[in-house]
Write a protein that binds this ligand. Structure first.
Ligand SMILES: Cc1cc2nc3c(=O)[nH]c(=O)nc-3n(C[C@H](O)[C@H](O)[C@H](O)COP(=O)(O)OP(=O)(O)OC[C@H]3O[C@@H](n4cnc5c(N)ncnc54)[C@H](O)[C@@H]3O)c2cc1C
Length: 136
């Protein structure tokens, strides 16, 4: 079986006693090397949610715990998938004007310390609501 290297995501990543992580939950274009980072954040979030719940006496398949995992991961996985898809589409547009716009954008990022730091933090997976496992 083969599937295209583009942005796709499962409409739901949890069900009865089931949680999807990594590429089973979402696939993104490898343009920015973010797929593994996303998967590790899924693992960290799921572990944290399940450990919190079990400390409260809930069992790991508890529907509220799984729903919390789904809520936690949905914004991050959608925004990274959407951003990498947009970058991929932007760089696929042929012609001089799009090429000039891309050069201008890359130059602006290179010159701006703030923008550069923002993109570096995003690329290293150091932004947003990180699970404790990845903050250590
Ligand atoms: C060309 C390319 C370049 C990439 N570059 C980067 C990068 O630079 N940085 C980055 O962070 N990410 C990158 N990625 C993305 C990264 O490889 C994936 O996001 C990551 O491997 C997903 O991990 P996973 O464990 O979810 O899935 P996978 O790595 O796909 O692991 C799933 C495993 O399950 C096995 N499996 C499947 N079906 C079954 C079954 N029925 N029974 C038993 N086993 C099964 C598969 O054989 C596989 O070993 C890239 C991806 C591609 C395609």
């Amino acid at each position: 079986m083969s599937y295209p290297l583009n942005f796709h995501r499962a409409p739901r990543i949890v069900d009865q006693r089931l949680a999807l992580i990594g590429d089973a939950a979402h696939g993104i274009h490898p343009i920015a090397g973010q797929g593994l980072n996303l998967g590790l954040r899924d693992v960290g979030a799921l572990v944290e949610v399940l450990a919190d719940g079990m400390r409260l006496g809930l069992e790991p398949g508890d529907a509220q715990l799984l729903a919390r995992y789904e809520r936690w991961r949905s914004v991050d996985s959608f925004s990274v998938g959407f951003a990498t898809d947009a970058i991929n589409r932007l760089f696929a547009i042929p012609g001089r004007l799009p090429s000039a716009v891309r050069r201008f954008g890359m130059g602006a990022v290179q010159r701006s310390g703030w923008l550069k730091r923002f993109f570096m933090d995003e690329a290293r997976g150091m932004s947003g609501d990180l699970p404790a496992l990845l903050r250590a």
